[in-house]
Design a protein around this ligand. Structure first.
Ligand SMILES: O=C(O)[C@@H](CO)OP(=O)(O)O
Length: 247
């Protein structure tokens, strides 16, 4: 048995403004910072103590991990970061207002871009102000590996190697692992863990700042499907709010 804790970053400045964010490096809002601290308190209260941490390369996930770990007096834990845990790249939608996009393109197209498994938004131009081409944090990657747009299927494909090669070995060594990441990279991981179908995953939304704890068996499969949120009522309400963004 091993324990995995998934933590979506707290509310970002761009979540608060209702903008498609993806790989744009929006920081946490004041509310998001408080959500992250509360996430840390929930871990302490539940007696869940991570031994090691994995985050994306995006500031909002890193800030969230640091704030939660600070509350738990665990800022000293080893941390590994990877672009493979980044949010889904939202292509040409990055920087666009969700409600305006829905009004302009209609509900069906909006939901296809937002929640379909295999339809990516149009690609972002390399010279777009919200493109990540040339961003120093991806300087170690060949430019062609930096996405210009991703659907959830693309995220599953680029996230799973990190799961198997970097996270599973920590779990196999008996460590409790905290993964601080994003709505869609965590949806990709939960899809894998819970064996959720390509259509069914559209209905799964992950709330900001509430730890989701999975106990895993010897094959790194969940003992209980869906894991357990440390504040289930708040998680259900917040997931509903995520589902309704842009409305
Ligand atoms: O904008 C984004 O990058 C994501 C997460 O905030 O949004 P959505 O929930 O619409 O996929």
């Amino acid at each position: 048995m091993s324990t995995l804790v998934l933590l979506r970053h707290g509310e970002s400045e761009w979540n608060a403004k209702g903008l498609f964010t993806g790989w744009v490096d929006a920081g946490l809002s004041a509310k998001g910072e408080e959500e992250a601290r509360r996430g840390g308190r929930l871990l302490v209260e539940a007696g869940v103590r991570p031994d090691t941490v994995h985050t994306s390369l995006l500031t909002r996930a890193i800030q969230t991990a640091n704030l939660a770990l600070g509350v738990a007096d665990l800022l000293w834990l080893p941390v590994t970061r990877s672009w493979r845990l980044n949010e889904r790249h939202y292509g040409a939608l990055q920087g666009k207002d969700k409600a305006q996009t829905r009004a302009e393109f209609g509900d069906e197209q909006f939901m296809l871009w937002r929640r379909s498994y295999d339809v990516p938004p149009p690609p972002i131009a390399d010279d777009d102000e919200f493109s990540q081409v040339g961003d120093a944090r991806y300087g170690h990657m060949p430019s062609e590996l930096v996405p210009r747009s991703e659907c959830l299927k693309d995220v599953v494909q680029r996230m799973l190697p990190y799961w198997f090669d970097r996270i599973v070995p920590d779990l196999a060594a008996g460590r409790t692992v905290l993964v601080a990441a994003h709505g869609n990279s965590l949806r990709a991981l939960v899809k894998h863990l819970d064996g959720i179908g390509d259509d069914e995953i559209a209905g799964l939304n992950i709330p900001t700042g509430i730890p989701l704890v999975y106990e895993l068996d010897g094959d790194f499969h969940p003992v209980a499907k869906g894991g357990r949120y440390l504040d289930p009522d708040a998680a259900a309400a917040a997931a509903e709010a995520v589902a309704n963004q842009g409305r």
